[in-house]
Design a protein around this ligand. Structure first.
Ligand SMILES: *Cc1c(COP(=O)(O)O)cnc(C)c1O
Length: 325
């Protein structure tokens, strides 16, 4: 296997904890949680692991600036801005939306970390990102383009290594369930399962893509991720498990599914989920548990990917802040 250059940023290994009260109340299988919301770096989340490899890659090639893009409440952008600050990079974020009057949640943190923000709309995001990158390069700023969600093969490789970390924790899990969006986390896990010998199922709950689109994306990325790690393995869409039944009203729209999951994890386990990713994925998992998809003898692990600063974005905070019923 190739050893990739890697910075040491994350607090690893992240703990695996048992969700005793939740499993009991559901009269269901044993439930575990892998706490990648506790990876460190500006409130943690799954992007910390990816950034360990992406920043090392940027440094090796002498770059001085990070350019990336995302949604207005992007966790990826918040963590990229924090990593840039820590290692002395300039950082420019291309965000979709309009500058709000009041900065909150992840966006507030982007600004605290000193990132420059460029606003665009969804339709022009890719052009704006390329244009921003090219201008920085022409200005001699030596930029590094961090892909959406940090999901290049190098970024995704961090989640292959996370599977190696999990296996060393000697905990058994028949299922791993995670929020899957740009697909790097999911793809890295699939590649890692193959390389390091995890034989359970890895189910990605889609956050914003139809099932087949996400399967194809994750399979291609998993193959490329295996390749950067020096392993020759081709994955096909059929190798990837995706459930796209929980897309609700679309990306970033918190509905009853997400609210219910956030409240359930908070009240029964003292754990915080986020309104965009883990709330949706855990909501899907609770629904699948209710439907009896998992055997009672099985162990189901929810891989927490972070995102909690979005709870304090004005939009979500006000939606969660309903009078007691
Ligand atoms: C980015 C993100 C995800 C999705 O990870 P991908 O690798 O983009 O699929 C899941 N959860 C949280 C909290 C995230 O910020």
């Amino acid at each position: 296997m190739n050893i990739l250059p890697r910075l040491s940023i994350a607090h690893l290994p992240t703990p695996v904890e048992s969700l005793e009260r939740l499993s009991e109340s559901l009269n269901g299988p044993r439930l575990l949680i892998k706490r990648d919301d506790q990876t460190g770096l500006a409130f943690g989340g799954n992007k910390t692991r990816k950034l360990e490899l992406l920043l090392a890659d940027a440094m090796q090639t002498g770059r001085r600036m990070l350019v990336t893009a995302g949604a207005i409440q992007s966790n990826h952008c918040r963590q990229t801005a924090a990593a840039a600050a820590r290692y002395g990079f300039d950082c420019t974020l291309v965000l979709t939306g309009e500058p709000p009057e009041h900065y909150s949640g992840n966006l507030l943190l982007d600004r605290l970390f000193g990132a420059q923000i460029i606003w665009t709309d969804r339709q022009h995001r890719e052009d704006k990102l390329q244009e921003t990158f090219k201008r920085a390069r022409d200005d001699g700023k030596n930029p590094y383009l961090v892909p959406y969600g940090g999901s290049s093969p190098v970024g995704a490789a961090a989640y292959a290594l996370a599977i190696q970390e999990f296996l060393a924790q000697s905990v058994h899990a028949d299922w791993m369930i995670l929020a899957s969006s740009s697909g790097g986390t999911h793809a890295g896990m699939v590649a890692g399962a193959h390389i390091f010998g995890y034989s359970g199922k890895i189910l990605g709950i889609s956050i914003d893509e139809p099932e087949q689109v996400l399967k194809v994306r994750v399979a291609a990325l998993a193959s490329q991720t295996a390749e950067v790690l020096g392993e020759n393995q081709q994955f096909s869409a059929d190798d990837i498990m995706v459930d796209a039944n929980y897309l609700g009203e679309g990306y970033g729209v918190m509905g009853t599914l997400e609210r219910h999951a956030i409240e359930t994890f908070a009240c029964q386990e003292g754990l915080l989920l986020d309104p965009v990713y883990t709330g949706r994925a855990a909501g899907g998992m609770l629904d699948l548990l209710q439907k009896g998809i998992f055997k009672k003898s099985e162990t189901v692990l929810f891989w927490h990917t972070g995102g909690q600063p979005a709870l304090f974005a004005d939009k979500y905070q006000s939606e969660l802040n309903l009078p007691e019923s």
